[in-house]
Design a protein around this ligand. Sequence first.
Ligand SMILES: Cc1cc2nc3c(=O)[nH]c(=O)nc-3n(C[C@H](O)[C@H](O)[C@H](O)COP(=O)(O)O)c2cc1C
Length: 212
Amino acid sequence: MSAENPSIWRSAALLGLVAVLGTALLAVVHTMTRDRITAQERRVVLEQLHQVLPDSAYDNALHEDVLRITDEAFFQTQEPVTVYRARLGTEPVAVIMQVVAPDGYNGDIKLLVGVYADGSISGVRVVSHRETPGLGDPIEHQRSDWILDFNGRSLGNPEPAGWAVRRDGGVFDQFTGATITPRAVVEAVERALRYFEARHEYLFSYPEPEQT
Ligand SMILES: Cc1cc2nc3c(=O)[nH]c(=O)nc-3n(C[C@H](O)[C@H](O)[C@H](O)COP(=O)(O)O)c2cc1C
């Protein structure tokens, strides 16, 4: 490249400018999309909290009594798990954990799992997923009642071997031609129950627990 040829330098500078502008534009679009998805998920979560736990069961503001817990061994994700704590006065009523099933057919399935203080499930709902329409999407309550089968269940109901889809010897239905999605959800719900069993004192410690 010759310093006497200014058009080459102009072209190089132009190319550099285009690259910088392109990268900046991509970064802006990425941030805006990510923020929109996060805001949309937050709206869905707030709407679904009362589906997972009846409003009459508690009298505190769930979204103001929140823990964020990082425990990859239990939750199989490096992302912090959000836990909403429900109380009646100072009595612990339930927690709602926003967990991830990382092994859906198309990746993460985000779930809300409500667990009463006695360890029984108050409800489970899907917050977001990318499973195939018509195959994996009956996990959505809008599409089927499958998710209601978790209501009232606990680690003892069914026994540990039953916490699986029927294809794997458990009690939960799979879908026609689609076992991967319901298997991922069943396993994530069971993990949430195991975490609750192991750490319920910590989860309910009031007002602000120390994370260990
Ligand atoms: C295009 C395509 C999309 C699929 N999407 C899903 C899905 O969202 N969830 C799922 O469990 N299985 C899905 N499957 C099926 C899985 O590959 C797998 O065969 C199935 O989960 C195993 O269930 P089965 O043992 O009942 O056949 C899909 C398959 C294809 C070809």
